[in-house]
Design a protein around this ligand. Structure first.
Ligand SMILES: Cc1ncc(C[n+]2csc(CCOP(=O)(O)OP(=O)(O)O)c2C)c(N)n1
Ligand SMILES: [Mg+2]
Length: 347
């Protein structure tokens, strides 16, 4: 595959140069933060990292397709690029991997990358995969119900108008996924399920999770449109996500989007992927790197030059350095903090 194969069509063709470059920025920032976290882990400075590398196009496109910070999002642990595009900061991420006092999602209690940000309508998730799907469908039901009661104007963009949830393809083997999808289909909810199909659930390949070739093939059983898209093509993902978003906003019901992608790094900092896949396979996918492809597109469009790329890189490095510095300097939560925000205080 050549890298200059992205084309702005459909909704993506309507994006301004500024927005296209904003999307590039979040993809790049996510990659550089993520790479730093791997280094910090190998230096023994942080305990755990789970990576978004390779998923940046899917995640940033999805974030840009919704009303960011307003629509409800139930992400999963691999959604670093998505939550950055929604307004989580690099500092928040670094506080999360260091488990420092004031950490955004859980005050440093949860594993890193279990995103939660009340001010951005990002809802906390369990480490139990797919449990976020029925929760997101429930939120979509509440949105629809409030609109039906006339409490909210369905055209008001300052109010949440849909719930988006993400999970990996392996997690669709969980019953929760079925329950959430079915509920969304039955009630025609303003709901989008974005499956990030990176071919593996840790070491288990997709063929051992599914007898059909696409997760999207299963959508028909719920009465939901299912769409497969190249998850390493940010513009293609934006197109299908935007279509799904407009369906939800217009009261036309849910969509299942399956973005085919790959994680070129191990599942997490605790995994050794050499035990279950060949280096050739990984190298082959690296040639389809989403940032590489998008960079070539933006250069071909005259929106990026070698000079401006270097400026973006400098800026990303500064932001990552600063976030790391702040997190390193911050104190750990006091031991007693483990007991706060768990039980209501006794009256
Ligand atoms: C119910 C449940 N079973 C097992 C696990 C352990 N686990 C965490 S992530 C993961 C793999 C999930 O793979 P996939 O859904 O494809 O997402 P990916 O990590 O590939 O993005 C597993 C098995 C879990 N967290 N929850
Ligand atoms: Mg997977």
């Amino acid at each position: 595959m050549t890298t200059a194969d992205l084309k702005a069509k459909g909704y993506a063709a309507q994006l301004s140069a500024e927005t296209l470059l904003d999307m590039y920025w979040f993809m790049l920032l996510s990659r550089r933060l993520d790479e730093r976290a791997w280094v910090l882990h190998r230096q023994g400075k942080i305990a755990f990292h789970v990576s978004a590398i390779g998923h940046e196009a899917t995640q940033v496109a999805a974030a840009f397709a919704i009303q960011r910070g307003v629509d409800f999002v139930y992400p999963y642990y691999r959604d670093l690029a998505m939550v950055l595009a929604l307004g989580v900061t690099p500092r928040d991420f670094m506080f999360s991997v260091y488990g420092k006092q004031g950490e955004l999602s859980s005050g440093g209690r949860q594993m890193p990358s279990h995103w939660s940000a009340r001010h951005l309508n990002i809802v906390t998730q369990s480490a139990v995969v797919a449990s976020q799907v029925p929760q997101a469908a429930g939120t979509a039901f509440a949105i629809q119900y409030r609109q039906k009661l006339g409490l909210v104007d369905p055209r008001d963009p300052s109010k949440p108008r849909l719930a988006l949830t993400c999970l990996g393809e392996g997690s669709t083997s969980q019953g929760d996924w079925h329950e959430g999808m079915n509920w969304a289909g039955v009630h025609k909810l303003p709901f989008i399920c974005l499956v990030q199909n990176n071919q593996y659930a840790i070491s288990v390949p997709f063929e051992l999770q599914s007898a059909v070739p696409n997760v999207a093939d299963r959508a028909a059983a719920y009465g939901v449109p299912g769409v497969v898209v190249d998850g390493n093509d940010v513009l293609a993902v934006y197109d299908v996500m935007r279509e799904a978003v407009l369906r939800a906003y217009n009261g036309d019901g849910p969509t299942l989007v399956e973005a085919k992608t790959y994680r070129p790094v191990p599942h997490s900092s605790d995994d050794d992927d050499r035990s279950y896949r060949s280096r050739e396979e990984v190298e082959e996918w690296k040639r389809r790197d989403p940032i590489l492809r998008y960079t070539e597109f933006l250069m071909a469009e005259g929106l990026l030059t070698q000079h401006t790329i270097a400026e973006y890189e400098d800026q990303a490095r500064q932001v990552v350095d600063e976030a790391q510095r702040e997190a390193e300097a911050a104190p750990y939560p006091p031991a007693e903090a483990a007991l706060s925000a768990v039980y209501a205080p006794l009256e």
